[in-house]
Every structure is written in C-alpha cells, then in structure tokens.
Design a protein around this ligand. Structure first.
Ligand code: FO1
Length: 304
C-alpha cells in the first residue's frame, strides 16, 4: 500500500498515473480540506471532488475542476437574481455538494461521505480527507484578510499575500484511517501540489508532520515547480511572496526533514547537485504528465 499526500489537479493527475502501473486499491490519497468552503449552505470540498471526478473519468480537463459536459443554468439564474455566483457550481456538480451536505447534516463524517461518493462513481483508490475537523486556509493580503476561495477564485490569486494561516489546524486531528495509512504504507508520495496551500495544510493537522518525518526515508516528493514556474496556479508567486525560492531547490528546502527523495523535471537537471547537497536524493524525469507515456514513467519513478 502507498499513500499520496494530495491537493487538487496535480495530485489527481499523479494518482491517475499511478493507477496505470499498480492496483488502484493499493493507493490511499490523504487529501487537503483547507480549501473546503461553506457556500449557499453547502459543504464544498474542491480537492476531494477534483480527485474523485478525475479518477472516475468524469472531470472537466479544460477547467481543471468540476465535471465534463457541465451545464450552468442554476448559476445563470442566480446571477440574474443578483446572488453570489462568483464561485461557479455546475448543475451536475451541485448534486455532489447537495448530497454531501445532506449526509453531513444527518451526522456522517467527510470520510464517510467521500467513501459513499467514491463507491457510487466506481473509484477504487481510497480517498481520505486528512481530518474530519474543520480547518480553513486563510490569507493575509494587501487588500485585507481573505478566505481560500475568495483569494483563489474571486481575486484570481492576483493579490499580494503577506501570510497564510490554517485556522483550526492546531486543535485538529488526523482521522485514524489517515494515521494508519501513514504508518503502514511502504511509500508515501507528496504529489506535485502547491506546497504552501495544498500540502502544508495537511502537514499542520495534528501530528501529521511528525508522522511524516518519522517515515522520511520512504517519502518521495514531486516538485510542482519546473524551471521557476508552476504549471498551474500561484505556487511560484506565493513562494516568492513568502520568502521561499520559487525553484525546485526551494521545494527541497520546504520538504527538508520530511522527504528523503525529490523528483524534479528534466528542465531543472542542473539543480540536482544543490538539492543533493541538502541531504536529499534526487530523481530527474519528465514530471509534466502530458501524455500516457510520460504519466506512466513518472509513476514508475516515484515507486522505484
Ligand atoms: N475554480 C475556479 O477558478 N473558479 C470557479 O468558479 C471554481 C468553482 C469550483 C466549484 C467546485 C469545485 O469543487 C471547485 C471549483 N473551483 C473553481 C476550483 C477550486 O476551487 C480550486 O482550484 C481549488 O480550491 C484549488 O485547489
């Protein structure tokens, strides 16, 4: 069994790649819930949904979130009414959030609802929210404090960030399923997700960071930064704004003491020696999963 610490789209693609080379039932994804949002009274879990939709083959590849073949009639009506339509919930996608919210109101945990949804969609990989407690990643920005989706979607992650806080993380605990997965996995992979806003909120839950550090030799991280830039999203910009180097070396420093190995892209080959000098092993390969061959090769490298 292997475990993948996961944010959204980068993690979804890596897990889909791993599904090509091993039994999906032997993979557990421990998923960030710091960007979950309560909107229109609905509990929305973007990272869990992006991964489950992708593994079910239902994802909208163009957007990188939501469902393929989506329609937007509810949002259009809401916009006409002058309601809050900046966070676009597709007509089909809404059913997921309605179902999750109903089950949570009935007393189910996020872990239980995620299992039910995955069973419904035939997703064989086990998806585990890192915690059933409420945590919320928030931003202290040049225009004031912002919630995750306000920063990411409403402001298009285009405001200067001074600090990131994961509200509730200190008092939260990982679920026992997450703890067992981290203890029992032969390998733990940190997906090429944003280190600061996708992976760090997972690390901040209870003693997850300590658990990971105790498994350092079995932890392999994949750098989401290639040639100084993120493929998608604000990882490079946030790293610079918060005083990190926006390179694979900066990623290595961020995971220092947690990951024994870093996988970097061919484009960053000349940084390998610098990373090794920090006591980390380095593997160089194509980390962009642009076609099935590259996806398969990356999966084989992280498992090797
Ligand atoms: N991302 C956007 O850029 N715009 C949206 O309107 C949007 C809506 C949305 C609805 C449901 C969902 O599960 C995800 C959604 N996302 C949207 C993506 C998402 O919020 C972010 O990409 C992640 O939170 C970052 O991992």
């Amino acid at each position: 069994m292997i475990t993948v610490l996961s944010g959204g789209v980068g993690a979804a693609r890596l897990i889909r790649s791993l599904n090509l080379v091993m039994d999906p039932r032997d993979i557990t994804a421990v998923v960030n819930v710091g960007d979950d949002v309560l909107l229109h009274g609905l509990t929305i879990c973007p990272d869990l949904d992006t991964i489950s939709y992708t593994l079910a083959g239902l994802n909208n590849d163009e957007l990188g979130w939501g469902l393929a073949g989506e329609t937007w009639r509810v949002m259009q009506e809401l916009r006409h009414l002058g309601g809050a339509a900046w966070f676009a919930l597709g007509d089909r996608d809404l059913a997921t959030h309605l179902y999750r919210t109903q089950r949570i109101n009935e007393g189910a945990t996020k872990t239980e609802v995620t299992r039910e949804l995955c069973e419904h969609w035939g997703v064989l990989t086990r998806l585990l929210p890192v915690t059933n407690d409420t945590i919320a990643t928030t931003f202290d920005t040049e225009i004031g404090p912002l919630g995750f989706q306000e920063y990411f979607v409403q402001h298009h992650h285009d405001v200067v960030v001074h600090a990131i806080t994961v509200q509730g993380a200190k008092t939260s605990t990982p679920t026992h399923e997450v703890r067992s997965a981290l203890e029992a996995s032969s390998r733990i992979i940190i997906a090429p997700s944003n280190p600061l806003i996708s992976i760090d909120p997972i690390l901040q839950v209870g003693d997850v960071r300590e658990l990971l550090a105790s498994r350092r030799d079995d932890v392999v991280a994949v750098s989401p930064i290639i040639n100084g830039a993120a493929l998608k999203g604000p990882a490079d910009r946030l790293m610079r704004e918060l005083g990190h180097s926006a390179t694979s070396v900066g990623v290595a420093d961020f995971y220092q003491g947690l990951a024994g190995t870093l996988v970097i892209d061919e484009a960053d080959r000349e940084l390998a020696a610098q990373i090794e000098s920090r006591g980390m092993k380095v593997h160089v390969t194509t980390t962009v999963m642009a076609n099935p061959d590259h996806a398969r090769r990356l999966a084989q490298v992280v498992l090797a």
